[in-house]
Design a protein around this ligand. Structure first.
Ligand code: CDP
Length: 804
């Protein structure tokens, strides 16, 4: 067809670029069972590794006898800490500047800790061999409650560092103390409280939970003794970082390590760190020269790999009687388990918790965080959140509701009174962040109109009166959450992992026929990067998204990147993609000028090519330019059409949202039903609205799970509870409410395409909306703050305690 008669709209539409509800291209293989996950990979001669784990939460290891296990036919090796010692691999560094036992070295610190690694011809033999490893333990007193971690008579957990007065983040106050981190102006905050007309104070706890991706953590290590090269397949959210860590630990040169993350079945932060399974598989493959596969089971995943949250936040707000906030003071007791293995950028021991001032214009604020050791699994990962933002959002959104209750003010009105106003952006927060852009009042008004907020409050009032008259046993809550996230780690000036700055990267290569292969340092675990990254390139380069292949997860081919977590992909890699495309477009403009025999300054970009300014009939498409780049480039210009960009963002991005949850609770059964959940998100420029909606649906489902039931608890002797899907609440379609989504668009001024991240927003904003709905329902009966998760048994007990 003659290009000239195609309308501009049609030319734009066939690109399926930014803003298009393009269907997810990866789903073609996922929905047909053609995904290629780690456990699908089978190498010739491959053997299997499995762990002997501790039944005790705290115990000394008196003796390990592996002889019977080694004698079992089909067993190739049984590794203990003693075997790893000569290699210096019995302990490994953590991302948080601590060290962590790879295999227990004389002592176990939490239940199910790795004690020995069995390598056998198949998993069945490995499992049988586990039972034959004899371990003699001497039980030690167990520390579970973080509030008693720094007691004078608390058992000392980390004997390896008991005498160290200073840790990775400064002085330690007690052998079980990890760090104290303070931010903000303490004197100004004290003054605000001294002058306050009204204050509130509450201990707001965010319980321990777990990201629980459907695919557990796993790897397959294959060491080639002839070449001295290691190939490592794994469920890695950050493949390049794993390669660097593997090189530093194993001393294998980095160019001889090939890390491949194939399809990944969900990550949510669980697959960022390095686990004992990876180290042991690598060592076992180096020792045996045979490929070794390690695949966690569900209980191992839930009880030993990185947990999330476990923050206990004593929160105070100072305010005027009219409801203007004047000061915020928060102290966090952070339970980090047995080793400080938090996955945060190096300088941030409590991640980005200092976003705790939220969406509100606090003139003064002060934050202190104390991290402590307990006999629990280590971790502290950002479970679908940007480094402790979820905890911060829960803290401030709960506290604002508590303040509204004390003032007798509507919680929506209190929020709007204190919002950072549109004209205040870029806004400098009292705890040190520069918020890039926002229009909070617009978003809140849109949300309140959409759900008809006044009508809901009128209905609630009528229901409360009917309840008091004994006409109903059902109470109603309206939960509000207006959250501000901070995503896009991050600017190298304040974010690094193990010293590597948190930039990201993209390489785009246009072939002679105008199709494209592009590679990034990110790694999708379900977010749809193959679809959306192609859309950015399609808009920037005028090549249809269907002609663009996206490849991630192979460190041999992708440029170095810091990976995918914390909604950083769009803010950082998304920017790198746009910038790499723009480099290509600049070169393409020179080629177009040559083809059209005009100066490049006489050209302008038009959807899918360049046209001569003032003479639009004279034009050339990007496909024609691509051919020319390889066929007849202008003299003096390098042939080819490709570019690489490493993008170091100037700032984080600050998406936000207004969520409303309408809930009915039966006080006789404790069963809560979410009648309506409305989620308005503003993530700046929207690349693919359908994918955004999918991200919001998924994140809200996790938020629902966390707020209403999902929890990892321990009994007094350190037995982990909730370590299977029998006990750990993972909602199905039956329990999951219906989600309504909406949006406003406030582009990020510093991002090349104005986009902010969105993946974690629904988890961050959803949890306080659910919890506030429960608290709002019980508020008229006298409740101030009810502990999460709000499962029916607890709600039933609450009703009894409130005398109804
Ligand atoms: O880092 P991660 O991929 O988990 O999070 P993200 O950057 O928030 O992106 C999640 C998905 O939403 C990706 O496929 C993005 O391209 C898409 N997205 C979008 O379409 N528009 C935005 N403004 C932000 C994300």
């Amino acid at each position: 067809m003659n290009e000239m008669i195609i309308t501009r709209e049609a030319r734009e539409a066939r690109l399926e670029g930014m803003g298009c509800r393009r269907k997810r291209v990866e789903d073609i293989r996922f929905t047909q069972g053609k995904g290629n996950y780690v456990d699908d990979i089978k190498l010739p001669g491959m053997v299997h590794g499995d762990f002997v784990r501790s039944p005790y939460a705290h115990a000394r290891i008196k003796r390990i006898d592996t002889s019977k296990a080694k004698a079992l036919p089909g067993v190739l090796a049984v590794l203990t800490a003693e075997d790893l010692k000569p290699l210096g691999l019995h302990w490994m560094p953590t991302l948080a500047g601590d060290v962590q036992a790879v295999l227990a070295d004389g002592k176990v610190h939490f239940q199910n800790q790795e004690v020995a690694f069995v390598v056998a011809e198949n998993r069945y033999i490995a499992d049988d061999a586990l039972q034959l490893v004899e371990v003699e333990y001497e039980a030690l007193p167990v520390l579970i409650d973080p509030f008693h971690a720094m007691d004078a008579d608390a058992p000392i957990l980390r004997e390896d560092i008991a005498d160290k007065k200073t840790g990775a983040h400064g002085p330690r106050k007690h052998p079980n103390h990890i760090f104290e981190w303070t931010v903000g102006d303490g004197a100004a905050t004290d003054e605000a409280f001294a002058k306050a007309e009204v204050t509130v104070k509450e201990l707001i706890s965010y319980h321990r939970t777990h990201p629980s991706p459907l695919e557990t953590c796993q790897c397959l290590a294959s060491f080639d003794k002839i070449k001295g090269e290691l190939t490592l397949y794994g469920t890695f959210q950050a493949p390049h970082v794993i390669r660097t860590v593997a090189s530093l630990l194993s001393k294998i040169p980095e160019h001889k390590i090939h890390v491949i993350a194939p399809d990944i079945g969900g990550g949510f932060g669980n697959k960022v760190g390095a686990y004992a399974g990876y180290i042991c598989s690598i060592v076992a493959s180096i020792v045996t020269g045979i490929p070794v596969k390690w695949v966690e089971d569900r209980m191992e995943n839930l009880s030993t790999t990185s947990f999330a949250r476990d923050y206990h936040m004593t929160t105070e707000i100072a305010a005027t009687k009219a409801g203007r906030v004047t000061g915020l003071r928060v102290h966090v007791l952070a339970d980090h388990g047995a080793f400080d293995a938090c996955a945060d950028p190096s300088k941030w021991p409590a991640g980005f918790f200092n976003i705790v001032t939220g969406s509100y214009d606090f003139p003064a604020a002060h934050l202190a965080v104390d991290g402590v050791y307990t006999n629990k699994a280590s971790g502290g990962v950002a479970y679908r959140c940007s480094f402790r933002v979820t905890e911060a959002a829960y803290c401030i959104e709960r506290a604002m509701d508590i303040l509204a209750g004390k003032l007798g003010m509507d919680p929506a009105e209190l929020r709007m009174k204190n919002f950072i106003r549109r004209e205040q952006f870029p806004y400098q927060s009292a705890l040190g962040w520069e918020y890039d852009s926002g229009d909070y009042h617009l978003a809140m008004h849109k949300a309140m109109d959409a759900i008809d907020y006044p009508a809901l409050r009128a209905e609630q009032k009528a229901r409360q009166e009917a309840f008091r008259r004994g006409e109903t046993r059902s109470i109603m809550g309206v939960g509000i959450s207006f959250f501000t996230e901070i995503v896009g780690a991050g600017p190298s000036k304040n974010c690094d992992i193990l010293g590597v700055a948190m930039f990201d990267s993209a390489e785009i290569r246009i072939h002679p026929t105008g199709s494209i292969i592009a590679r990034m340092g990110t790694k999708s675990q379900g977010q749809g990067h193959e679809t959306t990254w192609a859309q950015i390139i399609a808009t920037e380069l005028g090549i249809p998204a269907d002609d663009i292949t996206i490849e991630e997860g192979n460190t041999d081919t992708a440029p170095y990147g810091l990976g995918t977590y914390g909604s950083r992909s769009t803010p950082v890699a998304g920017a790198a993609i746009a910038m790499a495309a723009r480099k290509i477009r600049n070169k393409a403009q020179m080629i177009a000028a040559h083809l059209l025999e005009v100066s490049e300054y006489d050209l302008e970009w038009d959807i899918d090519g360049f046209r001569v300014k003032g003479n639009p009939e004279r034009s050339t498409t990007m496909k024609e330019i691509a051919w020319a780049a390889y066929h007849a480039p202008p003299s003096g210009l390098e042939p080819g059409l490709e570019a690489v960009n490493y993008y170091d963002p100037p700032n984080m991005t600050f998406p936000f949202g207004a969520y409303f949850c309408v809930m009915d609770i039966d006080v006789d059964t404790g069963v809560a039903s979410t009648r309506r959940f409305y989620a308005l998100d503003d993530c700046g420029t929207r690349i693919n609205p359908m994918i955004i909606e999918g991200q919001v649906h998924g994140g809200l489902t996790e938020a629902f799970a966390i707020a209403m039931g999902q929890e990892i608890t321990y009994d007094a002797t350190g037995n982990v509870m909730g370590a299977s899907f029998m006990d750990f609440f993972l909602p199905t379609a039956v329990e999951t409410p219906k989600w309504e989504t909406d949006f406003t668009v406030t582009p990020s001024p510093h991002h090349p395409i104005g986009a902010k991240g969105v993946g974690e927003s629904p988890n961050v904003g959803g949890v306080p909306a659910f919890s506030n709905a429960v608290n709002d329902a019980f508020g008229f009966l006298g409740a101030t703050h009810l502990p999460m998760p709000h499962y029916p048994w607890r709600l039933w007990q609450t009703a009894r305690q409130l005398g109804v």
